[in-house]
Design a protein around this ligand. Structure first.
Ligand code: GSH
Length: 262
């Protein structure tokens, strides 16, 4: 049986969960302990040396980390039904859409949670950061709408790679933060994609996990939550005006950075 190290709120994990469901592949979902404060260890870190989810361990022992590499592994090993189209240009387009979601859209959701749930900032700074995320999301949704054009799916003729990369981020900003989808084309696509059982299940579990989040400010005060600030997310916080959030987190030891493979 495939093992998937995961957390239901992660957009990167959701991509993989949707892909596995679309391929009809059963897996055991394992929530690694220590994700909150970076004290993960053991078999999870052997499979994922950067200590990030998702990581997949195949039943022959093959270990794969990083959502994009995992999607490629799944597509290579179980090509049916295909998630990528055949034409090179269409394949490249799917991967570009995925990259924009992973690097530009996702940090807005992550950062908004750092403000509204973890309350890393208050008052005027909190308002500025939330507004930064809201504006970015509106602009990215406009871009997505243009990518979709008159098509039913981002991937092309059928649901696939690009759709499963877009939906985790759009669902999170809609379900968790209540941002409407202003563009009618994108809105219609969202309703269409949410009708797929693979997507509905992943989004429902994300929403449940979000609703059940513990008191994050309390955990931060107790030094039990030490969030990883990394690449696009770190950039988001700084670009939005939250350099002091980073400085405060470094000073009080409640943020951490990337972990090198050892
Ligand atoms: N590039 C990676 C990013 C994965 C990622 O950022 N995962 C986060 C959760 S959403 C994580 O595991 N962070 C480590 C931590 O919080 O300790 C991928 O696409 O899989």
């Amino acid at each position: 049986m495939i093992t998937l190290y995961q957390h239901p709120m992660s957009a990167y994990v959701m991509k993989v969960r949707i892909a596995l469901a679309e391929k009809g592949l059963a897996y055991e979902a394992v929530l690694p302990s220590g994700l909150a404060d970076g004290t993960t260890a053991g078999e999870f870190v052997e499979a994922s040396p950067r200590a990030e989810i998702p990581a997949l361990v195949d039943d022959d022992g093959t270990e794969v980390f990083d959502s994009t590499i995992i999607l490629e592994y799944i597509e290579d090993k179980w090509p049916e039904p295909p998630l990528l189209p055949r034409a090179p240009a269409a394949r490249a387009r799917c991967r570009m859409i995925e990259d924009v979601m992973d690097t530009h859209y996702e940090p807005n959701n992550w950062g908004t949670m750092e403000v509204v749930k973890a309350r890393r900032a208050t008052g005027e700074l909190a308002d500025r950061l939330v507004e930064f995320g809201r504006r970015n999301i509106a602009q990215l949704q406009e871009w997505l709408d243009a990518q979709l054009g008159e098509h039913d799916w981002f991937t092309g003729e059928q649901f696939g790679w690009a759709d499963l990369s877009v939906v985790p981020c759009v669902a999170r900003s809609t379900v968790a933060y209540g941002y409407g989808i202003e563009r009618p084309g994108l809105r219609t696509w969202f309703d269409r994609v949410m009708a797929r059982p693979s997507v509905r299940k992943a989004v429902d579990e994300m929403a449940q996990a979000y609703a059940a989040l513990p008191d994050l400010p309390q955990l931060i005060a107790e030094r039990k939550l030490k969030r990883q600030y990394r690449d696009h997310r770190l950039e988001w916080m700084i670009a939005g005006g939250g350099l002091s959030v980073v400085a405060d987190g470094v000073a009080d030891g409640t943020i951490r950075f990337s972990r090198l493979p050892r």
